[in-house]
Unconditional design. Structure first.
Length: 397
């Protein structure tokens, strides 16, 4: 058991919180400590459910200095990264991914879903490396490995074989860029069929483009309705370019099929719309209005697809407010409860019965946390403290 004293709750009240057996067991204004029970004084820190990162490319992290993006767009990023992908080094992949995971954990993230490249250039080396890392960090982070597969020549048999090889190498979910394949519909169906064959969920990159002429999100929804599997669609940028009525109609299909959507503001704002000032965000409002679970992620961390990235969901939340026109509460939910939901994880937070995955921040409210992103944080996973960052500031005014 562990007792957390003096927690500021999201509703503005202050309480003590007891953790036991990996759960939050008691929340009250004042709780007596038990003999020998560890006590942590939160000193008024804001206590929230831990964040989750629903979409990040850990195998690409920290490669910006190795792979230039000459044009600044998605095609340029893919060209720049191809050299790195062609010479995969398991130790290098592991090391960079672990560095990113440590930063995510310190930020309050206890669950990460990583999109892991596999294809003709790199085989399944990265999938195998991250599956091994998943087991290594399981005591602190729930790491889910997506087989982000690509077969650009449209060979369905090769695509199927690659996905099966990735599953054998340890992938937890089926993924990829079907909308970019030579035959998007065949590629989508192949992904769904292999996922059904292995009883796995899907997490697909969908319509990461401002071109609305060949929208594949409706096809994802139709296939999801045919297959009783968890399905997540990432990016969905083209949806944000449709007239509102059309976007609402597509969002209704997505909602009816139970497909979740992950928006990736940092990378899509960076890559999309170069040269014509259009911006790359999905239709967050239309999706939420139709009842779709929308989460948000970092996508890329200092690689050719995004040269910035702090491994901090509060950075993503702030972008949702300023660029996505979401209110602060909704933005926080998209990197917290909604992200955990799309990852298939139980509810976490300072509520009796919830999983004791928690983050305490030196903030006065959720709005203050999103605006200031304080570095001072304490993180628990299943009731065990797994990260602590303490900050001391001296200002001569």
């Amino acid at each position: 058991m562990t007792l957390l004293r003096g927690a500021l709750l999201p509703d503005g009240t202050t309480a003590d919180v007891r953790l036991a057996g990996g759960l939050v067991t008691e929340v009250a204004g004042a709780l007596p400590s038990h003999d020998g029970e560890p006590v942590t004084d939160l000193d008024g820190r804001l206590l929230l459910g831990a964040f989750a990162e629903p979409h990040v490319h850990l195998d690409k992290a920290f490669t910006a200095s190795r792979a230039a993006n000459a044009s600044g767009d998605l095609a340029g990023a893919m060209r720049g990264y191809s050299g790195v992908a062609a010479a995969p080094d398991p130790a290098d992949i592991r090391g960079r991914a672990l560095t990113a995971l440590r930063s995510f954990l310190a930020s309050g993230v206890t669950a990460v879903r990583c999109q892991t490249g596999c294809g003709p250039l790199s085989g399944v080396t990265a999938v195998r490396a991250l599956a091994a890392l998943r087991d290594e960090v399981a005591h602190s982070v729930d790491l889910q490995v997506v087989a982000h597969a690509a077969v650009p020549d449209g060979d369905a048999a090769a695509h199927r074989a690659l996905l099966r090889e990735a599953v054998a190498a340890g992938a937890d979910l089926i993924g990829g860029n079907p909308f970019m394949e030579a035959d998007p519909h065949t590629a989508l169906r192949t992904c769904f069929e292999v996922a059904a064959e292995h009883g796995l969920g899907l997490d697909l990159h969908v319509d990461e483009t401002l071109d609305t002429s060949a929208l594949t999100l409706p096809d994802v929804a139709r296939l999801a309705a045919e297959h009783p599997l968890p399905v997540t669609a990432g990016h969905c940028v083209a949806l944000g370019r449709l007239p509102r009525r059309e976007a609402l109609d597509v969002a209704a299909l997505v909602s009816a099929a139970g497909v979740g959507v992950v928006t990736l503001p940092a990378t899509n704002l960076y890559l999309q719309g170069r040269g014509d000032d259009r911006r790359g965000l999905t239709a967050i409002g239309a999706l939420r209005e139709r009842g779709v679970t929308v989460a948000a992620g970092a996508d890329n961390v200092r690689d050719p697809f995004n040269p910035t990235g702090r491994c901090d969901p509060l950075e993503t939340a702030a972008l949702l407010v300023t660029a996505g026109h979401q209110d602060v509460a909704a933005a926080a939910e998209m990197v917290g409860a909604n992200a955990r939901s799309l990852l298939g994880l139980p509810v976490a937070g300072p509520v009796p019965g919830a999983v004791a995955d928690l983050v305490a921040l030196r903030a006065l409210s959720v709005a203050d946390a999103v605006a200031g992103a304080p570095a001072d944080r304490i993180v628990w996973r299943r009731g065990r403290e797994v990260a602590r960052t303490e900050v001391s500031t001296v200002a001569a005014i």
